[in-house]
Every structure is written in structure tokens, then in C-alpha cells.
Ligand binder design. Sequence first.
Ligand code: ADP
Ligand code: F6P
Length: 322
Amino acid sequence: MAIKTIGVLTSGGDAPGMNAAIRAVVRTAIHNGINVKGIMRGYAGLLQEEIVDMDSTSVSEIIHRGGTILYTARCQEFTTAEGQKKGAEICRKHGIDGVVVIGGDGSFQGAGKLSALGINTIGIPGTIDLDIACTDYTIGFDTAVNTAMEAIDKVRDTSTSHERCSIIEVMGRNAGYIALWCGFANGAEDVLLPERYDGNEQVLIDRIIENRKRGKKHHIIINAEGIGHSTSMAKRIEAATGIETRATILGYMQRGGAPTCKDRVYASIMGAKAVELLLAGKSNRLVAYKNGEYVDFDIQEALAMTKDIPEDQFRISKLLVR
Ligand code: ADP
Ligand code: F6P
């Protein structure tokens, strides 16, 4: 049966570029003569029937804005079988026969459940963490990593002026991609990744002391959120080295702000591809960017994939710092 009406929602943590993806979903659908409904606040809004009609102008003036005009939420009820059944019934009640879910792995689990209940679903990877295994790109990573890089440059200025050691904590949940990229881009003296860090602070302390003897004016340690404890780490390092050490936790600033060109472009293409998959009668698929191409994967297969920090990149990040 041909799709007549689709819904679009954003779920999990927001990410810059989600609006560009929503815009692409709405405009591609309208171009193909399909109605679009915006489902507010992710699965929570679906269960509350917070569903609004969208037209081309609903997505005017948003391509350059961070956040998500549909709002986002986490929803415990939707992780239950009853919640999912209710969600599918609400879709049917509103004539929604396809849903585009923009979010992360958790959101895709939900999309898989909706699909099993007869609502065609397509996922789009939207998270600053870059931690979705099937894809080399996730919407928001590029903006977040640029925001973090600029912030770390600023901390570095003051760290040098005061000849301090700085521990700067970046987001990423359990993944170290933002930390690794900032390690390169900011020329950090140390980068601590959850995938690799063995907790040996003595190695850090020895390097800080050694670098200071060689005349280094600062020591920047980028610490990933998945390791955390930056403030207590700073206290221990200061006590052990005698060098003033400060912790800065960048936090939510990494999730906001105008999306970069890359995020706008990839989000736009992925949004359009998602609708094209629905039009082709597909369901339970994730749009991904892999090895230079836009592709799609079965949701369960995608969720079973794993990825790790490329060892070679980690090795090179360390050898560039002296
Ligand atoms: P992300 O999508 O960024 O990984 P979460 O893990 O918080 O974020 O998931 C977002 C939402 O997706 C959850 O609040 C919940 O409503 C839904 N969800 C997560 N896991 C499941 C699951 N196993 N089954 C159904 N829905 C889920
Ligand atoms: O997934 C994006 C992210 O910002 C992670 O980096 C972080 O661990 C998490 O979301 C924070 O979530 P919340 O918005 O619930 O505090």
C-alpha cells in the first residue's frame, strides 16, 4: 500500500543539524505528494498525541538553527511493550503509515519496535557522539567538535598565560570520538579516551613534570566524559606536580549552536534519503554514510554492529605531541 502520510520525530539528545534533517524530510515528502505530521518530543509526544500538521513553511528559517523545532525527550513508557503498542495505535489513528526517527541507538530500538508493529520506520543518525556503529557520520558531530575545539583554544590561551595544566572534559557518552578529534585539532598534550585509558595517572604526572622541565608553558589534557572525574583528577595532579591545575567541563555548549556546513548538507541528504526509502516501501532501515556513500542498513543488524576508535588514529594523535 502506497504511503500517504508520514510522521517525523527527534529523540534522545538533540544535535545541531537535526532541523536541517527535519526540513529535508518535510520538503521531500511534500515534493512527492505525501502529507507530513510532526511528532513533538520524541516518543513521549507520540504517546501524548502531540502531533501537528507540517507544510513547507513549517520548516522555513530553520536550516541554520541548532536544537530541534520538534523538541526532544526520553520516554521510559515507550520502552515497554504496552507503550509501543499504544504508539503504533496512535500512528494508525492519525493516518501515519511511516515514521522518520532522528536520534541515536536507543531511538532506533524504538523505531525497530514500531516497525514490527506495522508502522514503517526509517532512522537517521543524529547525535554529537559519533557512536553509531553502522555509519561514519552522525548529525551534530561536526558542529560539536568545532564548538569544543574553539572553546579549548580559548582555555589554552589562559592556561599558557598562567602556566597551568588544564583538564578539559568533552562530551561523548561512552565514546571518545569528540575527545580524539579535539586531541588532534587542539594539539593537546594528552587525550584520555574511555576506549583506551587505563587509569594510570602517574604516567600523566610524569609527562607534565617532564614537559615543564623542557619549558612547556601549559599542559592540556582532553578528558572524555566517559572517563569523567576531571575536577578530582585536577586536584590530584596539582598535588603531585606542584603545578596549578584547573578542570573545565564544556558540557551542553557542545550540543548547541548553528550547525556547520557539513552537518547541514549531510542532514539534508539523509533526510531526503529517509523519505525516499519510505516511498520505496522500505521499513526498519537506518540511513548511514559509510565509506563515502549514503547507504541503509537493517535496524537490528545496525544495532548489532560495533565500532572502535581507529587504532592508527589514536597512535598518530600521540606521536604529534611533544
Ligand atoms: P539515543 O536515541 O540518543 O540513544 P536514548 O538511549 O535515551 O537516546 O533513547 C531515546 C528514547 O528511545 C528513549 O527515551 C526511549 O523512549 C526510546 N528507546 C530506547 N531504548 C528503547 C528500547 N529498547 N525499546 C523501545 N524504545 C526505546
Ligand atoms: O548523546 C549526546 C549527549 O550529549 C552525550 O554526549 C551525553 O552523555 C548525554 O547526551 C547527556 O544527556 P542529557 O541531555 O540527558 O544530560
